[in-house]
Design a protein around this ligand. Structure first.
Ligand code: ANZ
Length: 804
């Protein structure tokens, strides 16, 4: 029997809390470190392993940084508005606030049991009016700056569910939940002008330490395209229209034009004889979801009977409509160049349209690569890049077009016809128009309603509390003597989460969302950890709001998250994604009851590199548990007596201790937690082999273990007479003299090309060198994850691996 975790977990939780061990200090002169895990949605189904996998790394960093002299902020809260609580309210009639409060209480308990070193005095909930007061305040700032507006936009409306659905909630034109048909209907919605920030959202990515694929994900989502706008006249009418093209060099290859079916010009230019087909096609398109339209299916379309005039050659070009052209990108119309664009080519094949080559290259058309211009008048002989420049100059000088930059990014649809969200602090007056509430009327509390269900027509539940919606205007807001109607939509879940990291820094401030001093000191977040699924949602919105607050002079940092890391998903033991239907789920609290929070925390780190997917393994956690028990057995006997000794450590053990301190320290700094744990395991094995239990080694070992297994570390530290909390004891230092002499850093080559370095003992065996090299990601990649066919090793000099 080693130490029993159920006995001491509660004890240390209580002590940490009573003594405020993890309180972050505002107004400290120490350097700061702000570690943040993405706050959870407090669902009824409780905390899952993914949460543990995300909060453990931030906690390790927070715990480590405290012991090396930082004032650490490691807060926790709840993203508490959202659909599930509301759905539950619809079914049961229980107010979502009650359900949410219950879920939060359960989350809080579970989170506490894992020993995370959160500063609980800073806990927040986005559904708390003390919090959402400031979400509403920030919305007013957006409104003041012209970044919030209302617009009729086509939304995915599901009549059966009576709600608007996001694109990813629709599969094959049907709702993911229930399989009900979804249609596109125009509805008045709040939009936030994130598109105004497209360029700055791109630029800022160059200044943050984020995983490259996440940055790339945001770049693609923002989707910057450089090209030109070109004007075409419609033959025989006074009308003209513009197209956006990234390939103005191909203007001589245009053989037809295509407009989005929703383009308002379509009805004006369609010839009488073609009206029936065009109308049919427009109606058919309206029934399609955006996802289906973007899917690369068979090309369909209809001819309008109208012709455009080529701005240079004067040729007449037929104008078609087709759903592969989208209304909300560019100008909602394109010039089609089937010779050099695959989609236009397919369309031309389907409708038997001419295809003209204007660039040389490729053995058949369409040819989408680079080449020399042909059949193109004054562009002939130029390269693609040069031709683009020359054409833009030509268009500008003749005033038939200009250089243009387009972004794929769309404005952010910011309203829901729902109950459980922040009410908009906005009133609509018949004459004075739309007005924001004065700040002293915030928070605008969510009113009581008779039922939570949205109506058939998309009318929001709040609209049914008629008394609440009435708002008598005042001179102060420029609507004296008028009766106004409150906005009855609510904000989406992503509102509260777009700034919560700023509230933690000053969570009890009733006069401002946060103080300028707190912002200057604490921001930006030094380490943010969460799932990669937030790449283009939350992470982009949070950056946008931060930039708006920066422009409003409320913050001094315009990028909120300096370093970002994603925890890899924990898979079931069957290597599949955990899911109810596969019944392969692992409940975090069950595991921690059985093996202890320390074992679970250590195991999620030991399973593999932070960012990679890792399958759960019961034998794995048992192994980690055994390791922790082995550590405690070096220090206390089964009946709880101290058995670690005051003897000096043998020289080789002492050396190994210092190497271990170095390795663990460096690994934690790099968030290579699995290798840090291996290093400690080696030290423990050596202690057993040498059959010694010197406190001079075991105390620092306990310190190294503290970020991973904090409860046990406290308990053992106390037994060994350590001073105060091991959680706050200064991190052990290593003696460079003790480790300097016998290790070298040597280069590792794969097929003669340098791929990385390893640090190994001067006299390390070939086998040891090879093992170390396999821990270097670049080397493994160059080996294609295969065994080398030949190994050339010169001890202390170089390791060269040959693969055929
Ligand atoms: C002529 C052309 C020739 C084009 C060629 C491409 C290749 P990205 O890079 O994604 O910005 N386009 C423009 N607006 C569109 C819309 N609303 N719906 C669908 N397609 C649209 O793509 C820009 C290109 O996509 C534009 O350049 C246009 O086709 C098309 F060899 O113009 B291109």
């Amino acid at each position: 029997m080693a130490l029993n975790h159920t006995e001491f977990e509660k004890k240390w939780q209580k002590k940490w809390e009573e003594q405020g061990a993890f309180k972050a200090v505002n107004g400290s002169n120490k350097p700061k470190y702000y570690a943040l895990g993405m706050f959870p949605y407090p669902s009824g189904s409780g905390l899952h392993l993914g949460h543990i996998a995300s909060y453990t790394p931030t906690d390790i960093m927070a715990r480590y940084k405290r012991t090396v002299g930082f004032n650490v902020l490691n807060p926790m809260g709840y993203d508490a508005f959202g659909l599930p609580a509301e759905q539950y309210a619809i079914q049961t009639g229980i107010h979502p606030a009650i359900t949410t409060e219950k879920a939060i209480a359960s989350f809080r308990n579970t989170l506490k049991s894992f020993g995370f070193s959160f500063d609980w005095s800073r806990e927040i909930s986005t559904a708390d009016s003390k919090y959402y007061k400031w979400t509403q305040f920030i919305f007013l700032k957006l409104m003041e700056r012209g970044l919030a507006y209302q617009k009729e936009v086509p939304v995915n409306w599901c009549p059966a569910l009576k709600t608007v659905l996001a694109n990813d909630e629709i599969i094959d034109g049907k709702s993911e939940r229930g399989g009900h048909p979804v249609i596109r209907v125009p509805m008045k919605q709040w939009m936030l002008k994130i598109t105004d920030y497209a360029e700055r959202l791109l630029e800022g990515l160059d200044r943050v330490d984020w995983p490259e694929r996440t940055k790339e994900g945001q770049r693609n989502w923002i989707g910057k395209s450089e090209g030109a706008r070109v004007t075409f006249k419609v033959d025989g009418t006074g009308e003209s229209f513009e197209v956006f093209t990234t390939r103005p060099d191909t203007l001589f290859g245009v053989t037809f034009m295509v407009m989005a079916p929703e383009n308002p010009l379509v009805s004006k230019i369609t010839a009488m004889a073609h009206k029936p087909q065009v109308d049919d096609y427009v109606a058919a398109t309206a029934r399609k979801s955006e996802v289906d339209r973007k899917a690369n299916t068979e090309k369909t379309g209809a001819f309008t009977g109208a012709y455009a005039v080529h701005p240079i050659t004067g040729h007449h070009i037929p104008i078609w409509i087709a759903d592969y052209v989208l209304m909300d990108y560019g100008t909602g119309a394109i010039m089609a160049v089937p010779g050099h664009d695959a989609r236009d080519f397919e369309f031309a094949e389907t409708f038997k349209m001419p295809v003209v080559r204007v660039l040389e290259g490729g053995d058949k058309l369409p040819f989408e690569g680079d080449g020399t211009l042909v059949n193109s008048d004054f562009l002939n002989g130029l390269s693609k890049t040069a031709a683009i420049q020359k054409m833009i100059q030509h268009l500008e000088s003749k005033k038939i077009g200009q250089k243009e930059i387009q972004y794929k990014l769309r404005d952010w649809l910011f309203s829901r016809q729902r109950y459980w969200g922040e009410p908009f602090p906005v009133v609509h007056f018949p004459k004075a128009g739309m007005k924001g509430l004065p700040v002293n009327e915030l928070p605008l509390l969510l009113p009581e309603v008779a039922d939570y269900e949205p109506s058939d027509k998309g009318e929001a539940p709040l609209a049914r509390n008629r008394e609440w919606t009435q708002y008598p205007g005042t001179a102060a807001i420029g609507a004296a003597g008028e009766m106004g109607v409150r906005e009855t939509d609510t904000m989406p879940g992503s509102a509260g989460s777009s700034w919560y990291f700023l509230r933690y820094i000053d969570p009890h401030n009733d006069n401002a969302p946060f103080s300028p001093e707190a912002e200057k000191y604490w921001m930006p977040v030094d380490l943010y950890v969460g799932g990669p699924e937030h790449t283009v949602g939350h992470l982009l919105y949070a950056r946008f709001w931060t930039k708006v607050l920066f422009d409003a002079g409320l913050v001094t940092h315009d990028e909120p998250f300096k370093k970002l890391a994603h925890q890899g998903m924990i898979l079931g033991e069957d290597h599949q994604k955990m899911s109810k239907s596969k019944n392969n789920g692992i409940a975090a609290d069950e595991v921690s009851h059985k093996y202890g929070a320390d074992a679970l925390r250590t195991f999620v780190c030991f399973m593999g590199p932070l960012e990679s997917e890792k399958p759960w393994s019961t034998t794995g956690i048992e192994g980690v548990k055994r390791f922790l028990d082995r550590v405690s057995r070096l220090i206390v006997s089964d009946d709880g007596q101290l058995i670690a000794t005051a003897d000096a450590a043998p020289a080789d053990i002492e050396k190994l201790l210092h190497k271990t301190i170095k390795k663990v320290t460096e690994d934690i700094e790099k968030m290579n937690f699995n290798t840090a744990i291996s290093a400690m395991m080696i030290l423990v094995n050596e202690l057993y082999r040498a059959n010694v239990k010197p406190k001079s080694v075991l105390k620092p070992l306990t310190q190294l273990l503290m970020p991973f297994a904090p409860y046990m570390a406290e308990e053992l530290w106390e037994k060994m007479g350590g001073e105060g909390f091991v959680s706050l004891a200064p991190w052990p230092k290593y003696d460079t003299n003790l480790i300097a002499d016998d290790t070298v850093t040597i280069g590792v080559q794969v097929n003669g090309k340098m791929r990385g370095t390893i640090e190994i003992p001067v006299d390390a065996s070939e086998e040891a060198a090879l093992t170390a090299a396999k821990g270097v990601e670049n080397v493994m990649a160059a080996l294609g994850n295969k065994q080398p066919d030949k190994v050339i090793y010169k001890a202390g000099k170089i390791l060269n691996l040959i693969v055929k």
